[in-house]
Ligand binder design. Structure first.
Ligand SMILES: Nc1nc2c(ncn2[C@@H]2O[C@H](COP(=O)(O)OP(=O)(O)OP(=O)(O)O)[C@@H](O)[C@H]2O)c(=O)[nH]1
Ligand SMILES: [Mg+2]
Length: 356
């Protein structure tokens, strides 16, 4: 059984609002329910709202503070007042500092080699080196424009990843972001494993003031997804965002479950899901990131949300992510508050990483 409810903007506590208190309104769908675009629906161009670059930079700067501080302190330590000769010793020390941000040996070597090419045998100041590293990092991070695909009516976004990577929190922040840019959202609590997961998403829906579709614990996530899209169609919402339980690529049953969700929503709306966003935990280390590569291929992901960048001094991990995944990074998570998400922009990100 799957049911939904409307959420008013409120700060109600979760304890007073459990999923069990809701009124059932719909039964589990069958797999062959006809796929239909609502009559008269118009397709929007793929578009993603952008905020002012000053606002974005400020938020990136504070979100990346731990990494930036560590990097700045580390790199600053390499310099004496009168500057430093760029020789093998300096380059070796610079490499060691860069690698501490979890950027990996390849990117750190490239940055070091670029500094060597430009400055070897010269005495340089901190600013020159930082500027050089920033420019090079920007080039390494740049990707083709990757706005969120909001071309559906409604657009369906599936959010996937391993346990605890930040999926539900990212959905909350993304929903707020889209709502504040005029989009009407419906959330789907597709993580039916734990009652707490439903409660967590319900709290976000209350904060945002959007509808949420939930199922009983243990309900088929695909039926929740189906009902979420149904609800979005019925209410004229722009975007349906579906949460999923954490899983590993090796858990074939759970991976099949994702396939089923994809099939079911694809029957409701043309081209759905329009996005399958993989949430990666920036604090998890490079091994976890490498493992997520297989997950991303298996789940047909279309983009990455890199969460928890504020949580450690390892913000450099974005470099191997850009390198290992063919997927664009679409958003970055910079904290646990509702505003702590930003569209990824290579230039602002690199500048915020190294800015003084
Ligand atoms: N500092 C920080 N914490 C975050 C961020 N995103 C998520 N978290 C925290 O990370 C923890 C896990 O986040 P969830 O959103 O529950 O992760 P999940 O992937 O939905 O977890 P499961 O549903 O259990 O698989 C929570 O304590 C969040 O508050 C972020 O960008 N920054
Ligand atoms: Mg979750």
């Amino acid at each position: 059984m799957v049911f939904w409810r409307s959420k008013k903007k409120s700060d109600a506590s979760p304890a007073t609002d459990s999923a069990a208190a809701d009124t059932p309104t719909a039964d589990t769908p069958t797999a062959d329910v006809a796929a239909a675009q609502p009559a008269g629906s118009t397709r929007q161009d793929a578009a993603s709202p952008t905020e002012s670059s000053a606002g974005l930079f400020g938020r990136l700067r504070s979100g990346l503070e731990k990494t930036r501080r560590a990097l700045n302190t580390d790199i600053r330590d390499l310099f004496k007042d009168e500057g430093r000769l760029v020789d093998d010793e300096f380059l070796g020390e610079l490499f060691a500092k860069l690698i501490r941000t979890d950027m990996g040996a390849g990117p750190a070597e490239e940055l070091r080699d670029d500094v060597a090419k430009r400055f070897r045998g010269r005495k340089v100041g901190l600013d020159e080196v930082l500027e050089s590293i920033t420019t090079q990092t920007q080039a390494m991070l740049r990707q083709d424009a990757a706005p969120l695909n909001l071309s559906g009516k409604p657009s369906v976004i599936l959010v996937v990843g391993v346990n605890g990577s930040g999926k539900t929190t990212s959905i909350g922040k993304l929903s707020h972001y889209l709502t504040s840019h005029g989009k009407k959202i419906v959330l789907g609590a597709g993580d039916t494993f734990r009652a707490a997961a439903v409660e967590q998403l319900t709290i976000w829906s209350q904060r945002i003031g959007c509808d949420i579709v939930t199922g009983n614990q243990g309900a088929d996530p695909a039926s929740v997804a189906f009902q979420t899209v149904d609800k979005a169609i019925e209410t004229g919402a722009d975007v349906a965002i579906i949460d999923t339980a954490g899983r590993l690529q090796t858990q074939s049953k759970l991976m099949q479950e994702l396939d089923k969700i994809r099939r079911v929503v694809g029957k409701k709306v043309d081209d759905a899901p329009h996005e399958v966003l993989l949430v990666l935990d920036a604090t998890a280390g490079q091994n976890a990131i490498s493992q997520a590569k297989g997950f991303s291929d298996a789940a047909g992901c279309t983009g990455i949300i890199l969460a928890k960048l504020d949580g450690s001094a390892r913000g450099g991990v974005i470099l191997p992510i850009r390198r290992q995944f063919e997927l664009p990074v679409k958003f970055v998570g910079l904290g646990e508050s509702i505003e702590d998400i930003a569209e990824f922009d290579a230039d602002s990100f690199a500048t915020a990483l190294f800015a003084d």
